[in-house]
Design a protein around this ligand. Structure first.
Ligand SMILES: Cc1ncc(COP(=O)(O)O)c(C=O)c1O
Length: 395
């Protein structure tokens, strides 16, 4: 063991602890769901992205089991070297039809879809124009690209501020390609990007648009087809990212767009080129999950019924949900220490609701990030609401 490395790791971790930024995960001991067993305790889980409850759906499980029988457990290779099985191909065809685009390319995660796609479509002559609240995987993807992108150089617009975006578009006319990139649903605040205005500005100033629909997939649009569907912008968003890890309940990410885009990413998307394909059971489970999303309206209805119930009861009880418009429901606390205290007190009451603080969000804007889902019953949410009220009164 190298002592330099070990002592550096030790002191960095100590520093994180002192700033209250140190994280260690709780361990799930049951399948994902509304009520789970975690660290030996039964709790209502308000910190899962299992929006539609598909992570443990019997039909999805069955599809995975049958795929193991048929295909075994591994693809054995990188997609282009021989790891693409017909089940991977079938998933991509079905996703393209669902999204109403020419083609879809699946990556092993939403994170890798961003870090694979963004740098692949940019050159040193290009610029990326980003919303200031974009997700870390967008930021990392952009950093891997040779394009200009920095906030200090004026290429990041204030959150959802369309006047600011237009100003940047005016200032960047000299670049060859200009990419506007935004979360479709913002992952910490739960608000929706003004995609119609973004697309109009892009068309007016000859830029192209990429939207990260990780939290819109399965949540917004027809059968959960995302923000382009929600705003009826079919054919006007150049690149859409979707995740297969959240509402679809398994794991993966995809890029939806033109056939040329897919062709290019097969040739230049580095995580696609250099990382092994999904196990076939993942692709098979995803086909089953997609089938449920397209043909069974019940999970999405339950998700939105629960979301409305949760938000309206929180508001009635005097909590501030920060203008969230989707199931992602931040409960504003403000002070970082108090948010952590509330998380601990809720845990003691049998509710798991993670506190989010600086640097993930701005200082003084700490919140408990809650996620109602189709997997919750009204009883689960009622139980959580009463716990929230008691904890608020105590702290
Ligand atoms: C906006 C956004 N994009 C991408 C991702 C990454 O997706 P995945 O979990 O499939 O890697 C996340 C995950 O939290 C996200 O919130």
């Amino acid at each position: 063991m190298n002592t330099e490395l070990q002592s550096w790791l030790g002191s960095e971790i100590e520093s994180l602890k002192q700033q209250n930024l140190y994280k260690s995960p709780k361990i799930l001991e049951s399948p994902a769901g509304g009520r789970v067993k975690m660290n030996g305790k039964e709790v209502v889980n308000l910190s899962s992205n299992n929006y539609l409850g598909l992570a443990n759906h019997p039909k999805v499980r069955q599809a995975a089991e049958e795929a193991i029988e048929k295909w075994g457990v591994g693809a054995g290779a990188v997609r282009w070297i021989g790891g693409t099985m017909s089940v991977h191909d079938e998933l991509e065809r079905k996703l393209a039809k669902f999204k109403k685009v020419e083609a879809v390319l699946v990556f092993t995660g939403g994170f890798t879809a961003n870090s694979g796609c963004i740098p692949a479509v940019l050159t040193p002559e290009d610029v990326v124009i980003s919303d200031e609240l974009n997700h870390a995987s967008i930021i990392d993807g952009v950093r891997l690209s040779p394009a200009k992108y920095k906030k200090s150089e004026g290429f990041v617009y204030d959150h959802k501020n369309m006047d600011h975006l237009e100003q940047i578009l005016k200032n960047t006319q000299g670049f060859k390609k200009r990419m506007i990139i935004t979360d479709g649903v913002f992952s910490m605040d739960g608000d929706i990007a003004p995609l119609p205005q973004i697309v109009e500005l892009a068309e007016r100033y000859n830029a192209f648009v990429m939207v990260d629909d990780a939290h819109a997939s399965g949540v917004l649009g027809k059968n959960g087809a995302g923000t382009a569907s929600h705003f009826d912008l079919y054919g006007r968003v150049d690149i859409q990212l979707g995740t297969l890890s959240k509402a679809l309940g398994v794991v993966g990410g995809y890029i939806a767009g033109s056939a040329l885009l897919k062709d290019w990413l097969i040739n230049r998307g580095r995580p696609y080129l250099f990382s092994t394909a999904h196990p076939p059971m993942v692709a098979a489970a995803l086909i089953a999950a997609l089938d449920i999303m397209e043909n069974d309206p019940e999970p999405m209805k339950r998700l939105w019924d629960n979301t409305r119930w949760w938000k309206s009861h929180l508001a009635e009880a005097g909590f501030d949900t920060m203008g969230s418009e989707t199931p992602i429901t931040p409960v504003f606390v403000g002070d970082e220490g108090k948010a952590q205290q509330m998380e601990k007190a809720l845990w003691d009451e049998g509710v798991f609701a993670l506190s989010i603080a600086y640097p993930t969000v701005a200082r003084g804007k700490a919140r408990l990030r809650t996620m109602p889902s189709a997997a919750h019953t009204e009883e689960d949410l009622g139980f959580a609401l009463e716990a929230f009220k008691r904890v608020r009164d105590r702290i």
